[in-house]
Design a binder for this molecule. Sequence first.
Ligand code: SF4
Ligand code: SF4
Length: 345
Amino acid sequence: MSIKKIAKKELGLLVDELIRTTKVYGVKAKGDRFDFDLLDSSTELKLDYDVTLQPPKKFFQPPCETLVTYQGQGNYKSEYDCEKFVLLGVHPYDMIAINQMDTLFSQDNYDSHYFARRNNATIVACDVVTPSKNVFASSMNTAVVEKGFDVLLTDIGDSYVAQAATEKGEQLLAGVKNAADASDADLKKRQGVWDKNKKDLNKHELKCSPSYLPKLLERAYDNPIWEEKAKTCFSCGSCNQVCPTCYCFGVQDDVNWDLTSGKRERFWDGCLLDGFTKVAGEHEFRKNREDRFRHRLYRKGKYVPSKIGGEIACVGCGRCVGACLPDIANPVNVYNKLIDDIGII
Ligand code: SF4
Ligand code: SF4
């Protein structure tokens, strides 16, 4: 697969060309913040952003989607999104979160709705230029990414090093008019960016290797921290909504007045919300806030890792830190306090 050097102006021309033929989503300014949105012009694209308000998971698992429509008994139709699109500017930690989703949605029950969108996408990842105020990807080993993207862009000053990782990526780079093969000097500059980001994306430093977290949590179930922190939790679910690795959903039927036709939808849900665990007969098995608060941190640090080969399901984007009004959602603060209490064994 090729590794090219692309002048910044040339990348703009490529993006404008893509916009003429395909839906292109990229990072745009929203006031003084940033989010992924449909691009009308390459001039809107901000690849030096710090962090987006929402992670890119919404392109693969939308907040609400129709899974099935039905017209009378036995007449069911699965609904799929068939439109191809390009997603520009995914940071390494968010790409790693998408890679985790790919693993999770292909296990047990293969999720064809998720993979329809995933296969329609061409993902252009980009290395971080401006660290956000709460990022801790360096602590989680997610400051750089090696797979999952079609193209990876690294800003080396006057130009980008662009690495194609798939056939889709090769095709995309073939559209750049004046791209040269990256030289050894260009690759050295790229390595410099990676080395820097592995150290500098660390506004909250975890006191242990992330691989130790499952073991730490084995000894932390009855720690007083869950009750202490949960005292001020609003159960608002913001920490779930903004998290690139939270993927829980609810499913609901919307039946028409004729009582024979309708649709089945799924929508984002969140383990911090009251009612998330409510089942038939009004039973609710995590009714207490502290149980829900603990569950989120166990899910990130123990339960999901056991399903995906030990990878921790927090990629250190820092979004939950900024989204939580009472400032209790930061996983690093919780895990570090547990290390203080329990120690590293
Ligand atoms: S738990 Fe917080 S910091 Fe970790 S991936 Fe989710 S939103 Fe980002
Ligand atoms: S931890 Fe914070 S963001 Fe999460 S539900 Fe509680 S108050 Fe909301």
